[in-house]
Design a protein around this ligand. Structure first.
Ligand code: GRF
Length: 188
């Protein structure tokens, strides 16, 4: 039986696409139940729809946060979701949502955690004079980017790298790492 994974996105969803493509392999231990977004116009949602995936969009505008999250939660559950994968989902989850999916929410973060939690990870790594950057897949807890790390990939920082050039190379690694780490996690 394949693990049932719902994906939350806010934007282009390239990590979601990497997971959806990995899931097409018959040997992959997970399948995608739903792609949901807080941004009805997210390009990743259109991709998901065009590729036959179930989608759901709920703007949080004008709604109490609990009500917005309840809508996302119901859509995930109605689709039979067992695990939630955040893929460029740019909203903080409430403690209540995290508690309801305890140990079953994962995220991809563009740094070698515990370094550079939060935003602007690539610029911060360059500014610190680091020579190695990378990405991490981790369990989501109430602490921002703070849960157990499930897997990491390193990417060298090259002379002349900008946040953008580094982000492009890290993103390619994110796509490989996320599918692998999620497969290992659900099959553990
Ligand atoms: C990625 O860099 C991811 O690590 C971060 O947000 C970005 C999302 O990109 N959390 P995409 O929407 O998956 O293309």
């Amino acid at each position: 039986m394949k693990a049932k994974v719902g994906i939350l996105i806010s934007g282009r969803g390239s990590n979601m696409i990497a997971l959806a493509e990995a899931a097409r392999d018959p040997a992959c231990p997970f399948k995608i139940t739903l792609v949901a977004s807080d941004k009805p116009e997210a390009p990743g949602l259109a991709w998901a729809r065009d590729h036959g995936l179930r989608t759901f969009a709920q703007s949080p505008k004008g709604l109490p946060k609990a009500e917005y999250e309840a809508a996302i939660d119901s859509a995930l559950r109605a689709a039979g979701t067992e695990y939630v994968a955040l893929a460029g989902y740019m909203r903080l989850l409430t403690d209540d949502f995290v508690a309801r999916w305890r140990g079953r929410i994962v995220n991809i973060h563009p740094s070698l955690l515990p370094k550079y939690k939060g935003l602007d990870t690539h610029q911060r790594a360059i500014d610190a004079g680091d020579t190695i950057a990378g990405c991490s897949v981790h369990i989501v807890t109430e602490e921002l980017d703070g849960g157990d790390v499930l897997g990491q990939a390193e990417v060298p920082i090259l002379p002349g790298d900008t946040a953008d050039t580094l982000a492009t190379r890290v993103l390619a690694e994110e796509h490989r790492l996320y599918a692998r780490a999620l497969a290992d996690f659900v099959a553990r």
